[in-house]
Write a protein that binds this ligand. Structure first.
Ligand SMILES: Cc1cc2nc3c(=O)[nH]c(=O)nc-3n(C[C@H](O)[C@H](O)[C@H](O)COP(=O)(O)O)c2cc1C
Length: 446
């Protein structure tokens, strides 16, 4: 097979390997990738018919070219002209951006991590700084409470989500609230989440798993009409998507419960690429984050269980939804369910060790104090002395942890350390933490 008859597809992205001896070529549309010998790659780029060095036999050369032609990394003149006529990158993403979108198919949690985790914060600087106040009421209590309540919940009730609740959720999150025609900008809309240039490229495809009044299947949410359009009721697709989401989420071991709906989030590139160049992919991904948070807040306010899912098989989803990856592909996945009844209130965890430390990660002044709590599983939580809330019930002492998600129970050495700091006067127990005196509440449920 003569190399001259073929040349690299405009969808190819080339990444030299660290050793300089080989080059990884990725087909940014299909996601296929090959590691090529650098000389072989150079010969293909210059249209040479035979290996320049003796590194590859004639047979190996032929086989490699045949593989690259089969996977469409090498294309003939006719295919090239067809691609040129279609002008795929005019109002679409470029090959590098498309290759980035293929990434979720390959990725996940690393098998091994080396060295210490990077610091979670920048070191404090000694220069001028301004200390800020926290929320002081003023009508934002409901929002503050919803924000504080927001969390990823991954254990579900077997109860179905009602169709009305799904409608309410989509109305709050993805609905287009106004149809705006602007000369020179075409149709845009107003939504509850922000969108770069109001282009709103995101589409939501709900996969109904357990929704009363909506048969199991894959749907498209029409954001202007506020209705679900059926895409597929093929149980194999629904089941494959359900299992993929399960695999990608850190679900508790042995928990077989399932979310009620999975929302596949895609982007129609042309809506953003028509107006912007260079920045469309960052805009789309930033907007996906804005939609995620809107979904998290709506779910929290509705007492539902939300969870974003960062890695997903976008190529397979594209096939299921029948998407043309040059025009539209998946950029997000979000699970929603009815939370498990068995998880009311905060989860209890035993505090094994407790120490007061000078300095706090939440304050610059070294004079502030914090408390360090060590749990049975070796994890540690440091709480600013000002945020340390202790309650007593039937002779046992508790503290609020993880933004109210967990209740720490003092035991053993931790309880002894706590008792050493306690003073009781007029029936009120106080704990002295540095300069802060904490009153122990008595209203905790055991
Ligand atoms: C972009 C993004 C991707 C995420 N991907 C996953 C995921 O794949 N699996 C999962 O179980 N949780 C996922 N989460 C949820 C995070 O694990 C969670 O937000 C984080 O642990 C903080 O916990 P919280 O949301 O309960 O405050 C994701 C969250 C975001 C914002």
């Amino acid at each position: 097979m003569a190399a001259r008859a073929f040349s690299f597809s405009p969808y190819c992205v080339f990444v030299p390997d660290a050793d300089g001896q080989s080059i990884t070529v990725v087909h940014s549309l299909h996601g296929s990738r090959f590691r090529l010998d650098a000389d072989f790659c150079a010969a293909l780029l210059t249209g040479d018919d035979a290996p320049q060095s003796g590194a590859m036999s004639g047979d190996a050369w032929e086989r490699a070219i045949a593989d690259l032609v089969r996977e469409q990394l090498l294309i003939d003149q006719r295919s090239r002209r067809r691609i040129e006529r279609a002008a795929p990158f005019t109002n679409g993403l470029g090959p590098i951006e498309l290759a980035v979108l293929r990434g979720p198919n390959e990725g996940g949690v690393k098998r091994t991590t080396e060295g210490a985790a990077p610091p979670a914060m920048k070191p404090a600087t000694k220069g001028r700084a301004i200390d800020l106040d926290g929320p002081t009421g003023g009508g934002i209590e409901a929002l503050a409470a919803t924000l504080a309540k927001r969390q990823s919940i991954r254990t579900y009730s077997s109860r179905a989500l009602d169709r009305a609740r799904l409608g309410e959720f989509l109305h709050l999150t993805a609905r287009a609230h106004a149809h705006v025609e602007t000369p020179g900008l075409g149709t845009t809309s107003l939504r509850n989440y922000p969108g770069g240039g109001a282009r709103y490229p995101l589409e939501v495809y709900p996969v109904a798993l357990n929704v009363r009044g909506v048969p199991r299947g894959v749907y498209h949410y029409h954001a202007f009409h506020h209705r679900l359009e059926q895409r597929s009721r093929d149980v194999r697709y629904v089941d494959a998507l359900r299992q993929q989401a399960r695999f990608r989420m850190s679900r508790p071991a042995g928990d077989a419960s399932e979310p009620a709906v999975l929302f596949i989030v895609t982007a129609v590139f042309a809506r953003t690429c028509w107006k912007y160049e260079g920045i469309p992919l960052p805009l789309i991904l930033q907007e996906t984050g804005a939609l995620y948070q809107t979904m998290y807040l709506a779910a929290s306010a509705m007492n539902l269980a939300p969870c974003a899912v960062g890695a997903f098989p976008e190529r397979a989803v594209g096939e299921i939804l029948g998407l043309d990856a040059t025009q539209e592909s998946q950029v997000g996945l979000f699970a929603l369910g009815v939370p498990a009844e068995s998880a009311p209130g905060p989860q209890a965890i035993t505090i094994e060790r407790f120490a007061v430390r000078k300095g706090s990660p939440f304050a610059f002044e070294p004079s502030r104090h914090s408390v360090e709590l060590v749990f049975a599983d070796g994890a540690t939580e440091i709480v600013d002395a000002g945020d340390f809330v202790v309650t007593e019930s039937a002779g046992r002492f508790f503290c609020v942890l993880g933004r109210g998600r967990r209740r720490g129970v003092f035991a053993g050495a931790a309880l002894a350390s706590l008792r050493r700091l306690m003073r009781s006067r007029d029936g009120t127990i106080r704990i002295r933490i540095g300069r802060t005196s904490i009153v122990v509440g008595t209203d905790a449920a055991p």
